[in-house]
Design a protein around this ligand. Structure first.
Ligand SMILES: O=C(O)CCC(=O)C(=O)O
Ligand SMILES: [Fe+2]
Length: 320
């Protein structure tokens, strides 16, 4: 049996250099807007003590930012190790929901259960909990709001994802969606501005599938943000989509109103593994979930779909 790879494969290919902003830190807004507009869509930025005028302008214009390897190789390895431990604990305890949010298990290439989506993951790892609160992320937190905090026990908490392409993967990719739809379901109000912060654990090239975004769609009408595509159903590539190539430890910030998807890997088995983690920054009144929290309606709906999918895949595998 092949052991699940905990640490990412060593990367011999280094990312292209980040944008050199040393001489551009005091740009007036108008100049920053013009410079950001002229940058290629795959520009990689360096996370500094402050979000720079160009970074702000790029985010305003396109709806996302990619920060070069904010987590070290050791940190990436340690978080992945703790998520393996969380998987073992969830399996041993037979846990199906954490704070009311369903935990998704698929089947790995060796026929073993594999954790594919875990909400509130920072409550399973002291290291992860400390890591997401590290001071290097202060500029990101303040970009969201002076009073923003990490919702370890709010919304879905820190969400850890594993995508894998196998016969019985519950989660090989993710169709087009905006994250604001979730807020519509949580609060019953139209999507307002919100930023989502993701950490990426694997080297993902264009040909490996991975994150695709539709730049500028965060500025669309609320109607387009709900109906431009069919949420989580439409999978087809869009002419204007941009592939977000990642190296382990990269951080992305994206506007929750922007359309994005995760393209399924064309590889199968462990080679297709892709791991990401999303950190919720919250500005609303403190509203932590209790261990016996009710499962939100939309999650019950998705969970039902996932269960049917799992039963169908099992039936198909047995029929072979
Ligand atoms: O895995 C990713 O990078 C994206 C995940 C995502 O879009 C989501 O969970 O809403
Ligand atoms: Fe998303």
């Amino acid at each position: 049996m092949t052991a699940m790879p905990t640490a990412p494969a060593p990367t011999s290919d280094l990312p292209p250099p980040c944008l050199d902003e040393d001489a551009l830190l005091d740009l007036p807004d108008g100049d920053a807007t013009a410079q950001a507009a002229a940058l290629p869509l795959d520009t990689r930025f360096r996370l500094r003590d402050l979000i720079t005028p160009i970074q702000r302008a790029f985010l305003d214009r396109h709806g996302y930012l990619v920060f070069d390897r904010v987590a070290s190789e050791d940190e990436v390895g340690r978080i992945l190790q703790d998520m393996d431990a969380a998987q073992a604990r969830l399996l041993a305890e037979g846990t199906e929901k954490v704070f009311g949010v369903p935990v998704w298990f698929g089947t790995d290439p060796d026929g073993q259960p594999i954790l594919q989506r875990l909400g509130f993951s920072s409550t399973f790892s002291e290291f992860l909990s400390g890591f997401v609160q590290h001071e290097r992320f202060e500029p990101v937190r303040r970009l969201i709001g002076e009073d923003a905090r990490i919702g370890h026990r709010e919304k879905d908490g820190v969400v850890f994802n594993r995508y894998i392409n196998t016969d019985q993967s519950l989660y090989p990719g993710l169709g087009w969606h905006t994250d604001s739809l979730r807020d519509v379901f949580y609060n019953w109000k139209m999507p307002g501005p919100m930023l989502n912060v993701g950490l990426h654990f694997d080297r993902i090239r264009e040909e490996d599938g991975g994150l695709r975004v539709l730049p500028g769609t965060h500025r669309q009408s609320a109607f387009a943000s709900l109906f431009r595509k069919i949420h989580f159903v439409t999978q087809t590539a869009d002419r204007d989509e941009v592939m977000v190539e990642t190296w382990p430890g990269d951080l992305t910030v994206h506007d929750g109103r922007m359309w994005h998807r995760v393209q399924r890997s064309p590889h199968v088995g462990w080679r297709s593994l892709r791991r990401s983690m999303y950190v919720p920054y919250v500005i609303d009144a403190f509203n932590p979930k209790s261990p016996d929290a009710k499962t939100p309606l939309y999650q019950r709906f998705f969970d039902r779909i996932q269960r049917v999918k799992k039963a169908w895949m099992r039936w198909r595998a047995d029929a072979k």
